[in-house]
Design a protein around this ligand. Structure first.
Ligand SMILES: NC(=O)c1ccc[n+]([C@@H]2O[C@H](COP(=O)([O-])OP(=O)(O)OC[C@H]3O[C@@H](n4cnc5c(N)ncnc54)[C@H](OP(=O)(O)O)[C@@H]3O)[C@@H](O)[C@H]2O)c1
Length: 429
């Protein structure tokens, strides 16, 4: 490569304009680290007339992303448009024509990552996607490179800042879910339609990518079991706090006997666990490796600046590799590993029940737990009167056993209501 590396940007919105500014403002440092300067040669957007806070000459903007991708003068593509289509076709075209690609697109990688990795490998170019999971937090590179020789047992992450912000407000300010969500929307942390965040879909896409990279397995976003935070109540959070737990939305990828488990759900974690201290819109990923033990990566999981930071690291890598004629670390052969159903996963459980306040009730309840081999770790009674509220925390049990216990408890005459049930992680496991 002679002269600066010519980069084509697909998208110049929140993230794309932050990257354009970063390339401009950190030009010297980037050139020193990449081995050559980086020039934004062309930018594809939907509306070429829109004014943008970037120092890129207007004549470099185009409304035709395919033309940009096919431009033989472009060396590297950075995709920041989002969505599966047309990003998938554009990236495939770029890779096949020998261009390295950097992307922030979690949806695309979580659905079509393995095919795109194979296309990149066949063309001998890089496809890098650090920014697609947890924004500015370096996670893909540590998993792919720094921990490549270790055996990862489990990754647990707070990978959605919107839901973490909402849960923090519910916990610290005793807000209802609805009020905390409205606050998040007012401050720009939640979209007007928050469903992808609060129902766990955004975290599920990230969980699929994490599992793919951590276990070298093909994991599609549709394989990921998910529950969002819409049914978490202020009561649950206060009850958890009394017991010494915080409620977080976790993306979990772990090895289970005979396969892997990949899931997203709210969980109670002990307040002394490092993930419990992750507040507001911050993200963190807690990794457990056979040799390395436990480690945690923490930072901003979204926002133009943090995401542009991750993209710029990938971009420098891609350019450096082109300068030296090398290719970065590959994902390697992805294997098929059975994705175990949620019923096969194990955790402790928290259960809240309303029961008749009379003798013999506890015996009947304990009997159902025992019948299904779910062992009770602790029990507290809250409130007196006609109905008593009982709060149980179990020892580690299989999800299927807990479901069978719940079914049986609903048939016990003195159990008037089985209220909240939450998984408890990071305590006994
Ligand atoms: N925002 C974050 O904090 C964050 C964090 C991590 C990852 N990401 C990922 O980064 C990507 C971009 O996010 P963003 O927040 O920057 O989105 P955004 O603000 O909506 O920007 C999208 C950009 O892509 C352009 N675009 C969309 N469809 C196009 C098409 N068919 N042809 C040409 N241009 C097209 C848009 O053009 P116009 O400007 O003309 O509309 C816009 O410039 C997404 O994959 C997202 O998941 C975002």
């Amino acid at each position: 490569m002679s002269g600066p590396a010519r980069v084509g940007l697909l998208g110049c919105g929140n993230v794309g304009s932050a990257l354009a500014r970063l390339i401009d403002e950190h030009a010297d440092v980037i050139a020193a680290r990449a081995g050559v300067g980086i020039e934004i040669a062309r930018v594809a957007v939907r509306d070429v007339k829109k004014s943008r806070d970037v120092r890129v000459p207007p004549d470099r903007f185009t409304g035709d992303p395919l033309d940009l991708v096919r431009d033989p003068d472009i060396d590297v593509i950075v995709e920041m448009m989002g969505g599966v289509d047309p990003a998938r076709e554009l990236i495939t075209e770029a890779l096949k024509s020998g261009k390295s690609v950097v992307t922030a697109n979690k949806e695309l990688i979580a659905r079509h990552g393995p095919d795109l990795f194979a296309t990149a490998a066949a063309s001998g170019v890089d496809l890098l996607f650090e920014a697609s999971v947890a924004g500015g937090i370096p996670l893909m590179r540590p998993l792919r490179e720094s921990l490549a020789g270790d055996r990862i047992r489990r990754v647990m992450g707070i990978v959605n800042g919107t839901t973490n912000f909402i849960l923090t407000r519910m916990s610290d300010d005793h807000m209802s879910f609805e009020d905390a969500l409205a606050d998040a929307q007012r401050l720009g942390y939640a979209e007007p339609d928050p469903s992808a965040d609060v129902q766990g879909d955004d975290a599920a896409a990230k969980a699929a990518i994490i599992a793919t990279i951590a276990f070298g397995a093909r994991v599609n976003v549709d394989d990921v079991y998910r529950e969002g935070i819409t049914s978490v109540s202020r009561d649950d959070i206060e009850s958890a706090a009394i017991l010494g737990y915080a409620v977080k939305l976790l993306a979990v990828a772990e090895e289970l006997e005979g396969g892997i488990s990949v899931r997203v759900h709210p969980a109670m974690i002990p307040v002394h666990h490092p993930l419990a201290s992750v507040r507001d819109a911050f993200n963190a990923v807690f990794i457990e490796g056979e040799a390395v033990g436990e480690l945690m990566l923490y930072g901003r999981g979204a926002g133009g600046g943090p995401t542009a930071s991750a993209l710029s690291g990938d971009l420098i890598d891609a350019v450096k590799n082109r300068v030296s004629g090398a290719k970065g670390a590959t994902i390697g052969e992805l294997v098929e590993r059975p994705i175990r159903a949620i019923d096969d996963s194990e955790s402790q459980f928290y259960l809240l029940m309303e029961v008749a306040d009379r003798p013999g009730v506890l015996g009947a309840i304990a009997n159902e737990f025992g019948e299904h081999s779910v062992s009770i770790k602790s029990m507290e009674q809250r409130g007196m009167g006609e109905d008593a509220r009982l709060v149980f925390v179990t020892h580690r049990a299989r999800e299927s056993a807990l479901r069978a216990t719940l079914e049986a408890l609903r048939g016990v005459e003195t159990v008037h209501r089985v209220g909240s049930v939450l998984r408890v992680l990071g305590d006994e496991d």
